[in-house]
Design a protein around this ligand. Structure first.
Ligand SMILES: N[C@@H](CCC[C@H](N)C(=O)O)C(=O)O
Length: 268
C-alpha cells in the first residue's frame, strides 16, 4: 500500500509528513524508525501524521526518529500550518496551538509555558529556574515545558560544548522521567540568543522550534533578554515573543523539499 508524503523542514529540522485527514494511517514504532533512517529509509528527524480532529482543524501527531511518540514540535507546527493553510487550530498531545501560515512559513501561538517541577517533569521537587544540578561544564539549567520538556543551559560559547557527548547523558538521566531535550544557549544581546539543541529521541538537529521557545522564555525569566528575541540556530533564525497573555509566539520558515510515495509494507 503506497501513501503520498511531503518531505518538509523548518530551518533544516526535517520531517516526513503524511496527510491522513481523509485516509487514516496507523504506524508502528518500527515503521517510524525505518522511514526515519537516513541510510535505508527516507530520513528525517521527526515523522508527522496530520489527522482529523473534533476539537480543532486538524490533529498533529509527532514521532521522533527513535520511534517514540511525543507531544510537541515547533518546526513541524509551522509545516503543518502551511499544509492546512491560512489560520489553523491544531490539536497536539501537548495542547491546542494556533498557526497563521505566511507565504514562506508560519507564525504559531504555542500556548503558555509551564515551570512546575512536576510539570516538566523532574523526578523530585526542585527550583526549575536555577536547578542545583550539573553535568561536567553544563550546570544550573532552567527547566521549561512548552508542550514538551526542555532543560536550558546558558554557556559563554555554544560551539565549545560537546553536546554530542553530554546531550545523550542528560537526556537519559534519571532526574528526567520522561527524558528531556537539551539546549545550550549563549546570550548575544538583549534581543538575540544563539542556540544548539540535542533533541530527545532525535539527537543533534539543525533547529528545534520548541527549544527556541523554551530557551527564550528561560532567558526572559532570568532577566537576560527582552520579551521578543531572535534565536539563531545552526539552520537559521526564529523570532520568539512571550506575550503579556503568557502565550509564546514563534515565527519562522517552513519549506517543502519534495513529495513522494512510500510503500508502507516495505517498512513493516
Ligand atoms: N524538532 C522539534 C521537537 C521534536 C520533539 C522533541 N525531540 C521531543 O522529544 O520533545 C521542534 O522543532 O520543536
Amino acid at each position: 500500500m503506497t501513501r503520498p508524503f511531503l518531505k518538509m523542514h523548518g530551518l533544516g529540522n526535517d520531517f516526513v509528513v503524511f496527510d491522513a485527514r481523509r485516509a487514516p494511517l496507523a504506524l508502528t514504532a518500527a515503521q517510524v524508525r525505518a522511514i526515519a533512517n537516513r541510510h535505508t529509509g527516507v530520513g528525517c528527524d521527526q515523522l508527522i501524521v496530520i489527522e482529523g480532529s473534533d476539537r480543532a482543524d486538524a490533529r498533529m501527531r509527532i514521532w521522533n526518529a527513535d520511534g517514540g511518540e511525543v507531544e510537541a514540535c515547533g518546526n513541524a507546527s509551522r509545516c503543518v500550518a502551511q499544509v492546512i493553510g491560512a489560520n489553523a487550530v491544531i490539536e497536539t498531545a501537548g495542547g491546542v496551538i494556533e498557526g497563521t501560515a505566511t507565504a514562506d512559513g508560519a507564525s504559531i501561538d504555542m500556548g503558555a509555558p509551564r515551570f512546575g517541577w512536576d510539570e516538566i517533569p523532574i523526578a523530585y521537587a526542585m527550583d526549575t529556574l536555577h536547578m542545583p544540578v550539573g553535568w561536567e561544564s553544563l550546570e544550573n539549567p532552567v527547566a521549561v515545558n512548552v508542550g514538551n520538556p526542555h532543560a536550558v543551559f546558558f554557556v559563554p560559547d555554544t560551539d565549545a560544548v560537546a553536546l554530542d557527548r553530554l546531550g545523550p547523558i542528560i537526556e537519559h538521566d534519571a532526574l528526567f522521567p520522561a527524558r528531556i531535550n537539551v539546549n545550550v544557549a549563549s546570550i548575544v544581546s538583549r534581543a538575540h540568543i544563539r542556540l544548539r539543541v540535542w533533541e530527545r529521541g532525535a539527537g543533534l538537529t539543525r533547529a528545534c522550534g520548541t527549544g527556541a521557545c523554551a530557551t527564550a522564555v528561560a532567558a526572559m525569566r532570568r532577566g537576560l533578554v527582552d520579551r521578543a528575541v531572535t534565536v539563531t540556530l545552526p539552520g537559521g533564525d526564529l523570532s520568539i515573543a512571550w506575550r503579556n497573555d503568557n502565550h509564546i509566539v514563534m515565527t519562522g520558515p517552513a519549506t517543502t523539499a519534495f513529495t513522494g510515495e512510500i510503500d508502507l509494507e516495505a517498512y513493516a
